[in-house]
Design a protein around this ligand. Structure first.
Ligand SMILES: [Zn+2]
Ligand SMILES: [Zn+2]
Length: 249
């Protein structure tokens, strides 16, 4: 029966692919399976693997020997969360995909990017973890119509079989964009900008939380979100981002 079902399903997929051939999510070129990248886009996407910083997920030189290592930034900047992972570096195709999801209405990117994120976050997931996105202020949400972080956190939670709470965190006041600010200004801009929504306070008490965002630059936004979760009684906080901005070096 299973084999029959698979044969029928494969036949249907084959027929569907004649009508809608699978496309590369990076460039739209033809690829052989769904949700994939063509060879050229694959080469231009920096998937993070090997030894990484245990707080921010940036790749580190050396071999992964199972010890938690930290990058220079995470040794010097306060990171109120326990552990963190990132799926890709924010450059080339990775940067284009993040921008397409954020500003380009490319909701078709959510399943593949969510799968990449879930795979990267796997080593830091805990049983009973509550998954929540970095929030947008409601004015920005109205303008953009969706929170790309919430789409990613939903995909990750589904893939990992964890509870998703898209409105766990709130941004009660609009904060000016972080773009074009230095690190100090980014942290000052985000201080106290994120809170646990009052109606969600009972849910977070005593639970491990995973905060999800699309990009991590200075970590100021994630720090504000982590502080809010810990203040509301979360047992622990970790973070997962699709893309990490890394200094070229
Ligand atoms: Zn491509
Ligand atoms: Zn780090």
């Amino acid at each position: 029966m299973g084999a029959d079902f698979r044969a029928v399903r494969n036949g249907m997929l084959a027929a569907l692919h004649l009508i809608f051939p699978p496309r590369c999510i990076g460039c739209g070129g033809a690829v052989t399976d769904d949700f994939g990248l063509c060879a050229a886009c694959w080469r231009e996407t920096d998937f993070i693997s090997g030894l990484v910083c245990d707080k921010c997920g940036v790749p580190l030189p050396g071999k992964n020997e199972g010890r938690a290592e930290l990058c220079d930034e995470c040794l010097t900047i306060a990171r109120p969360w326990d552990r963190g992972r990132a799926a890709i570096l924010y450059r080339d195709t990775g940067r284009r995909l993040v921008l397409a999801l954020k500003h380009g209405d490319r909701l078709d990117l959510v399943p593949p990017l969510g799968a990449w994120l879930a795979r990267a976050a796997e080593p830091i997931l805990l049983p009973d973890m509550l998954v929540a996105p970095v929030p947008l202020h409601r004015w920005r949400l109205l303008k953009r119509r969706y929170n790309q972080a919430a789409l990613l956190s939903g995909a990750l939670a589904r893939a990992a079989g964890l509870d998703h709470c898209p409105d766990l965190l709130a941004r009660p006041r609009p904060t000016p964009s972080q773009e074009g600010r230095g690190r100090e200004a980014r942290f000052a801009n985000m201080a106290d900008a994120i809170q646990v929504a009052r109606r969600r306070q009972g849910q977070i008490m005593g639970r491990p939380v995973l905060i999800v965002d699309d990009v991590m630059t200075s970590g100021a936004t994630l720090a504000a979100a982590a502080d809010a979760c810990l203040a509301a009684g979360a047992a622990s906080v970790s973070v997962a981002v699709l893309a990490r901005v890394a200094k070229e070096g």
